[in-house]
Ligand binder design. Structure first.
Ligand SMILES: [Zn+2]
Length: 201
C-alpha cells in the first residue's frame, strides 16, 4: 500500500486516548482511508466496521467503530444467512435442475429459449445481449448458471414446484435478513464515528 498522504488523530470513544485516520489521496481526491485504534481500552471494546452511505455522487464506504458484541453477532448472522441461502439453492437445484433443463428441450432457436425464459419475444436489449453473448453450444451451461439464488423463486414458480422444505428455509432466511437489518441499524446508532481532534481541548 502507498504511504498515506495525511494522518490525523481523533478522540477515541472513551475520550482518554485517540484513533488515527490515515488518508490516501490521488488526483481525483480522497480515495481511501485506514482507521487505526490507538487506545488499548477501546481496542478491547470496538471493532472497525464499514457500511455503505449515500454521498454526493453515489454510495460511499463509511467507517465506524462498532461495539464488539454487535460486530460479532453481525458476523454470526451473516454466516448463517449465507449458509441458509446456499442450502436452499442446493435443495432447489437437486429437486428441479433436470426439470428446468427439460423445460427448454425442443426449443430450436435462441429466440424460443428466450421466450420460455422470460415470456418475452425477441426484442429489447436483454434479448440482444443474450443473442450476442450466448453461443448455441453453451445454452445448457447458460441455463444451469441462470439457476442461481436470485432467480430460483421465479424458476420454481415457472415449473410449478412447491416444496415444504423450501418454504421453511425461505421463512428462516427472511427472519435472518430481518435480524441482520436491525443489527446494522443498531450498529449505525451505537457505533462511534465522531471526529473531534485529539489534543485540542
Ligand atoms: Zn479509548
Amino acid at each position: 500500500m502507498a504511504s498515506p498522504n495525511q494522518q490525523q488523530k481523533y478522540k477515541c470513544p472513551c475520550g482518554k486516548s485517540y484513533y488515527t485516520v490515515h488518508s490516501y489521496y490521488d488526483k481525483g481526491g480522497l480515495f481511501d482511508e485506514h482507521w487505526e485504534m490507538n487506545c488499548c481500552r477501546c481496542k478491547q471494546r470496538y471493532q472497525l466496521s464499514s457500511f455503505l452511505k449515500e454521498a454526493g455522487r453515489g454510495m460511499n464506504e463509511a467507517y465506524i467503530w462498532a461495539p464488539i458484541n454487535i460486530f460479532s453477532e453481525l458476523a454470526v448472522i451473516e454466516g448463517q444467512l449465507q449458509r441458509a441461502r446456499d442450502d436452499r439453492l442446493f435443495l432447489a437445484r437437486e429437486l428441479c435442475l433436470e426439470r428446468w433443463l427439460r423445460y427448454f428441450s425442443g426449443a430450436k432457436t435462441k429466440k424460443e429459449i428466450w421466450r420460455r425464459l422470460t415470456g418475452q419475444g425477441g426484442q429489447g436489449s436483454g434479448y440482444r445481449l443474450f443473442f450476442r453473448t450466448v453461443r448455441r453450444n453453451d445454452l445448457a451451461e447458460y441455463l444451469q448458471g441462470y439457476f442461481h439464488y436470485h432467480n430460483m423463486d421465479r424458476i420454481l414458480k415457472k415449473l410449478g414446484v412447491r416444496d415444504i422444505r423450501l418454504d421453511e428455509m425461505g421463512t428462516r432466511i427472511s427472519r435472518l435478513q430481518d435480524r441482520l437489518e436491525s443489527l446494522r441499524a443498531l450498529m449505525r446508532m451505537e457505533g462511534f464515528a465522531a471526529r473531534s481532534e485529539y489534543g485540542r481541548g
